[in-house]
Write a protein that binds this ligand. Structure first.
Ligand code: GLA
Length: 636
């Protein structure tokens, strides 16, 4: 080990989970390590009870929407998960700890054969309809409704212990019950139990709940015990795998972007909430959208960012707000968000059923390549999102976030298409065709998202930039050593604290994470004054895993990004192929022009891109893999 690598190794060890084992987290593994268990090769689609009914959920309501899902054809378009949220549990029976279903709400749970109520008839019914069934629990002893609900009639009853319906001391028992005995296919694991039952909790003071020392604090990452939270999610994940021998499950993490989960959920489960709850208000939508939109590199087939369920059908997204409802749907589709309808479907107007059923937009979300859209134009007024589809087509969404209509010049090059060849686009709402060369003008109304599928001649004739395929790039180590809240997320006056609070302050950790076509803190990628429209921006002491499907050549222009504040420490860039070193740069410092790096990756399955430095932890050492690309595809 040379001086650089030894020092860099020490710096990384200082704050890494691998520290305990003395493992170098930057050492190549030769593996793709993002989560791939369960059944989420594309984002899950379906329905969830919470947005429509909160804790007042019951069997009739759930089956009412499930029936519409089937009868309207939405099920055949992919909406198959019917998920119960909070509000189904009566109590935990003592002393055996068996969970008891609210039979007043779910009458089919009373079976003649068994004395103990069972959800099996309910899941059987959904399965017979060709659907799948989801259940809700909490990682602590109590659920979110138990912490926050103002309708006690919907909460579990009994002694303090009997009211403890969360997973905390019952992981194996409950997971076996949900999946093996009751036949569920999906679980959402909430986190209020880890947060809201400290000594000052009103519920604890009222004698309704036991203290569980909080290990999660949405407002303060430094008050969160990240390793402990991760460990609990890992344990539940292992129990889910054990209890689903056929692997047919979805594991959904719901800790609202707390505990730096936006960085690690991709290693732990199938979907993970990136922010606090959505509500049917434009400002909240923006919070949830912003919490996921720059995190394309943290989503992959098998593990998706979840900006929360759809709220189409209510408030700012009801039938009187078609522009907003369509934007919500288009943006969620582009971000590869789970598409979970949150409305009472028997009462849903036809115009909104049409939004939910737009097959062309669903196809973008469900595209097998699994590339979350990346942000090709970024401003507070307007964003252009581009998503590379499996067949090479591009999906493009032009989102007017502002208050005035915007005239937009949409350029072919923004989509990594050549500007000297025609681009054909289809408007996915109106089905109108547009053909243009170089650029086209669009007028986009306030809050409107124009969305197209485009085909042209790719800028890279025989390959793809890595930033065009974020689903195949995993920031296994993203170099963020001290997670800090992301200031770039919309902050709404109508947050949970309302206007009597000090406001909606930055709270979602993950600032400085890896980005496609952007430096880690949002600047344009730039090395020694030369900008790169395409590339990966990441902090030093990072390791990216890249899945290679048949390309023979890896190339990039590398260097310390001009946005780095650490101007002294050199960085060494290394390219590995299936664990073996293929190429390494000289040490590169801030201000030095980019070096080209290339490697023969024929036959290599996993490429790893490592940037090492003896970085000063108080400075940002951003590095750029400019124009990083895989080219020279093997003929198939
Ligand atoms: C939390 C979650 C919501 C919902 C409620 C249920 O707030 O974020 O999605 O599950 O709990 O109480």
């Amino acid at each position: 080990m040379n001086r650089f690598t030894a020092a860099a190794f020490a710096a990384v060890l200082a704050c890494s989970a691998a520290q305990a084992q003395g493992v170098d987290p930057l050492a190549p593994t030769g593996k793709w390590t993002a989560y791939s268990a369960g059944r989420a090769p594309t984002p899950p689609m379906g329905w969830n009870s919470w947005n429509a009914f909160a804790s007042a959920v019951d069997e009739e309501k759930v089956l009412g929407s499930a029936k519409v899902i089937v009868d309207s054809g939405l099920a055949s378009k992919g909406y198959v998960y019917i998920n119960l949220d909070d509000g189904w549990a009566a109590k935990r029976r003592m002393p055996d700890g068996h969970l008891i279903v609210r039979t007043d709400k779910f009458p089919s749970a009373v079976t003649r054969k068994q004395k103990t109520p069972s959800f099996k008839p309910f899941t059987d019914k959904l399965h017979a309809m060709g659907l799948k069934a989801g259940i809700y629990s909490d990682m602590g002893r109590n659920t979110c409704a138990q912490a926050w609900s103002t309708t006690p009639e919907h909460l579990p009853k009994g002694s303090v212990e009997e009211r403890e319906v969360g997973l905390h001391d019952y992981i194996d028992q409950d997971i076996a019950l949900y999946f093996r005995e009751w036949g569920f296919d999906y679980i959402k694991v909430d986190g209020c139990g880890l947060r809201d039952f400290g000594p000052n909790s009103p519920k604890v003071k009222a004698g309704e709940a036991r203290i569980l020392t909080p290990i999660l604090d949405l407002g303060a990452i430094s008050r969160t015990d990240v390793p402990a939270v991760k460990d609990l999610f890992r344990r539940v994940g292992a129990a889910i795998v054990r209890n689903n021998p056929d692997g047919d499950f979805v594991y959904s993490l719901c800790i609202w972007g707390a505990a730096n989960v936006r960085a690690w959920a991709k290693d732990m489960g199938n979907v993970s909430r990136t922010s606090d709850d959505i509500s049917p208000a434009w400002g909240r939508l923006m919070v949830n959208y912003d919490s996921a939109v720059h995190r394309a590199l943290y989503a992959h087939p098998g593990s998706w960012n979840d900006p929360d369920m759809l709220h189409i059908g209510a408030g700012d997204f009801d039938a009187n707000h078609l522009t907003e409802a369509r934007s919500h749907f288009a943006l969620w589709a582009m971000m590869n968000a789970p598409l979970l309808i949150g409305a009472d479907l028997p009462t849903m107007p036809a115009s909104l059923m049409e939004v939910l059923g737009n097959a062309d937009i669903i196809a973008l979300n469900q595209d097998a390549a699994g590339n979350q859209a990346t942000v090709a134009h970024d401003s507070s007024d307007l964003q252009i999102l581009v998503k590379t589809l499996g067949n090479g087509d591009k999906a493009v969404a032009v989102f007017n976030r502002g208050w005035d209509p915007m005239d937009v010049n949409l350029q072919a090059t923004r989509m990594n298409l050549r500007d000297d060849a025609p681009v054909e686009m289809t408007d996915l709402w109106t089905k109108k065709q547009i053909t243009f060369t170089k650029e086209t003008k669009l007028r986009v109304a306030p809050r409107e998202t124009a969305i197209f599928r485009a085909r042209g001649t790719r800028a890279l004739a025989d390959g793809l930039y890595l930033s065009e395929q974020p689903g195949k790039v995993n920031p296994a180590v993203d170099g963020v050593t001290r997670p800090i809240p992301d200031p770039g997320i919309f902050r709404t006056a109508y947050g949970w604290g309302g206007t009597r609070s000090p406001g909606d302050r930055p709270q979602y950790a993950g600032w400085g994470g890896a980005r496609a076509d952007s430096a880690p803190y949002g600047q344009t990628l730039q090395i020694a004054r030369k900008t790169y429209a395409s590339g990966i921006g990441i902090l030093a002491n990072s390791r990216l895993e890249v899945r290679n499907e048949g390309y023979r050549r890896f190339t990039a222009k590398i260097g310390v990004d001009d946005s780095a504040t650490d101007k002294t420490h050199p960085v060494t860039f290394t390219v590995y192929g299936d664990g073996k070193r293929l190429a390494e740069s000289r040490p590169l410092k801030w201000g030095m022009p980019a070096d080209p790096i290339e490697a023969d990756v024929a036959g290599i399955k996993v490429i790893e891109l490592v940037a090492r430095s003896a970085a000063n932890e108080n400075e940002a050492l951003s590095v750029t893999w400019g124009e990083a690309a895989l080219t020279d595809r093997q003929p198939r």
